[in-house]
Write a protein of this length. Structure first.
Lengths: 584, 86
């Protein structure tokens, strides 16, 4: 059987039918069936029904379409794309359950466009298809942000699309330069160096680095993800950055610059997270920090580094969606995710709290949760290449992650040592432990189950990684060191817990110069530029009226003397001789 | 005997202190019996991970608070700027 169907296309095109299904229940079932259909196709592909998948980096090629003098490779299947594909559709299924009660059908359509185009990117085998998929993908979050309908979310949507157009332009220019130099559009490992002949690669890397929210280009993520609707932001956590990680693994593995950028990023984001007052922005900083591990693993370029980056990307999609869902539940139930207004919610939503905590333990890397089996692999990769600074940065980021997502966020949102929330929030709550909508809890439960399942049975994930896994996660050294690290991190948090309390504030990020410069540019366009234009207009009008006046003057004929004509001929002669000399 | 169902916080703290003491003892014991397979020499310092966790966490909070003097602004910082410029 050779007729493969692209799972991304099924979800992408299938999504457009959602608004036209008249029955509510049928619509919901169809919405859940779309990622399931994708899952079945990917499972069939994985089982070799459409042909055997060779060992990494080998690929199976389906759907080759001629385009100009090139061939578009729309269905390139390899071990990495299958792995990402599985997690994308599984996460999409859980996210669809979480978003089941969203009334705007077009939000569902956009979400499916998002998932479909992300699958399009990971199954693309050429740079044109990749660029096309990434471009479609960049529009989906724009609409997810717009659909929230607030003034802030509209601003965030436009900032998002500006960032992603910049990255898209970088990728397109880089691809064209690469094509001009090599004649190839294959989406594969790119040449890397510091000379001008690698300029195309530099631009493509810059595009991927912006898309993956690598420091210093990370600010778009914390700025925009926290402004989408609770369900919209859950979709946004998974696909854009992880697809960029997929691209970086394919094209720039082993670039030392990435190793340093990733390790620094994993810690830098945590400093900003300490100051953060918004639960969802705090989770955004943890996406950035965790991406640091992946980027560092890719930069190391060793088999364990790549395996660590790939497995961490997948585990990250699962636990981070869970974290965002937890914070989103609080936003839905209490109407805010700001720490200074929350606390004392535990009694009213304990199930959401414990499901969130499973995500918190997972992202921190507790043994028996999925973060441990992937994050520890990247840290061990840093140990194996004998790089103490990278190791200390990554291990330090583990401490900070536990501090924030395992301690600060749940403490500030649900607890704060209070049994009751603020009166204005309490007025919105029912006097029971079941304030969280059920469909949200179902979506969270599936992800929480996956967090624990992969944590206790990592073999299922390890068997799918690109390179054979020689790593054993549950050693005395690793389990003991991480446990002791957490026990004492908790002590540090408890001693300084008053310092991490929320206050109404905003944390400036690396996008500050861009936003201020942009603002100045806008002001210039709004006020100074029109004034300059008006002044120029007036001068031109004056000048032209002066010329017209002079031309109408009766004395003008007297001035047309032979000498003036001669001057003109002389100038023409000089010009002609210049043309002759320069041989133009 | 304390009723821990009634006072879960007390149960939590007692369990926490037991874990803390056990981890300190185990670290000395396993380091002495060469159970650990570390890659860097500094990892062999007794109680390295305990110190790293405690100091790392406290330093992270304190340094961030220091950074906060420069980068923490009003909640509606950008909106205010926009209104002022208009």
């Amino acid at each position: 059987m050779n007729s493969w169907i692209h799972p991304g296309l099924v979800i992408f095109l299938g999504g457009f039918l959602i608004p036209f299904i008249p029955w509510k229940r049928a619509k919901q079932i169809y919405f859940l069936a779309l990622p399931l259909a994708g899952f079945i196709i990917i499972l069939m592909t994985y089982k070799g029904i459409f042909g055997d998948i060779p060992a990494w980096p080998g690929s199976l090629h389906k759907w080759n379409i001629p385009f100009l003098q090139y061939t578009l490779d729309i269905g390139r299947i390899n071990k990495l794309s299958i792995l990402f594909g599985f997690v994308y559709v599984t996460a999409a299924f859980c996210m669809n359950i979480y978003a089941l009660k969203v009334k705007n059908d077009w939000e569902h359509v956009v979400a499916m466009i998002y998932v479909g185009s992300a699958l399009g990117a990971i199954f693309s085998g050429d740079l044109f298809t990749l660029f096309f998929s990434l471009e479609i993908m960049s529009w989906a979050p724009f609409f997810l942000l717009l659909f929230r309908g607030t003034k802030k979310s509209r601003g965030a949507a436009f900032r998002y699309i500006i960032w992603h157009h910049v990255s898209g332009l970088c990728i397109l220019t880089g691809v064209l330069i690469h094509l001009h130099q090599t004649g190839s559009i294959e989406f594969t490992h790119m040449p890397w160096g510091w000379g001008t002949k690698y300029f195309g690669s530099h631009l493509i890397l810059l595009g991927f680095v912006i898309n993956s929210a690598t420091t210093p280009f990370h600010a778009w993520l914390s700025d925009t993800y926290s402004e989408a609707s609770p369900s919209g932001s859950v979709y946004m956590t998974a696909f854009t950055t992880k697809t960029a990680i997929f691209c970086l693994i394919t094209t720039f593995s082993g670039v030392p610059l990435l190793m340093w950028m990733g390790a620094i990023q994993s810690v830098f984001a945590l400093f900003l997270a300490v100051l953060e007052n918004d639960g969802r922005r705090l989770c955004s900083y943890h996406i950035i920090s965790q991406i640091g591990y992946m980027v560092a693993g890719i930069g190391m370029g060793t088999h364990m580094g790549i395996n660590g980056a790939a497995s961490h990307a997948l585990c990250h999609i699962i636990y981070n969606a869970l974290l965002y869902m937890g914070a989103g539940c609080v936003l839905v139930v209490a109407g805010t995710a700001k720490f200074d207004r929350l606390g004392g919610l535990y009694k009213y939503m304990p199930i959401a709290f414990w499901l969130y905590m499973i995500g918190g333990f997972s992202i921190s890397g507790f043994p028996l949760f999925n973060g441990f089996i992937s994050k520890a692999m990247t840290i061990e990769a840093a140990e194996l290449i004998q790089h103490p600074v990278i190791y200390l940065l990554l291990e330090g980021a583990t401490v900070g992650t536990f501090l924030h997502t395992g301690l600060k966020l749940p403490w500030n949102m649900w607890l704060q040592g209070r049994d009751e929330p603020h009166p204005d929030i309490k007025a919105k709550l029912k006097d029971s432990a079941f304030n969280t909508p059920k469909h949200m809890l179902v979506g969270m439960s599936i992800l929480a189950f996956l967090c624990i399942f992969l944590g206790v049975y990592p073999k299922i994930l390890y068997d799918m990684l690109p390179y054979p896994v020689e790593y054993v996660p549950f050693t005395v050294t690793r389990v003991f060191s991480i446990t002791q690290l957490f026990i004492f991190s908790f002590l540090g948090f408890w001693l300084l817990r008053k310092l991490v309390k929320g206050h109404p504030s905003y944390v400036l990020d690396t996008d500050w110069p861009f936003r201020v410069l942009g603002e100045k540019l806008m002001n210039f366009c709004k006020s100074s530029l029109p004034a300059f234009g008006d002044a120029l207009d007036q001068r031109m009008m004056k000048f032209s009226s002066y010329v017209i006046q002079k031309l109408k003057s009766p004395h003008i004929e007297l001035r047309m003397t032979p000498l003036t004509v001669g001057d003109g001929v002389f100038i023409i002669l000089i010009l002609l001789s210049v043309f002759l000399v320069l041989n133009i | 005997m304390i009723n821990f169902r009634k006072y879960p916080k007390k149960l939590f703290w007692r369990l926490y202190y037991v874990c803390l003491v056990i981890s300190l003892i185990l670290d000395f014991y396993w380091l002495y019996t060469h159970m650990f397979h570390y890659h860097f020499s500094f990892q062999h310092i007794p109680q390295f991970f305990a110190l790293f966790g405690l100091l790392g966490c406290m330093l992270l909070i304190l340094i961030a608070k220091g950074m906060g003097f420069f980068i923490v602004v009003d909640e509606d910082y950008y909106q205010k700027r926009k209104e002022e410029s208009n």
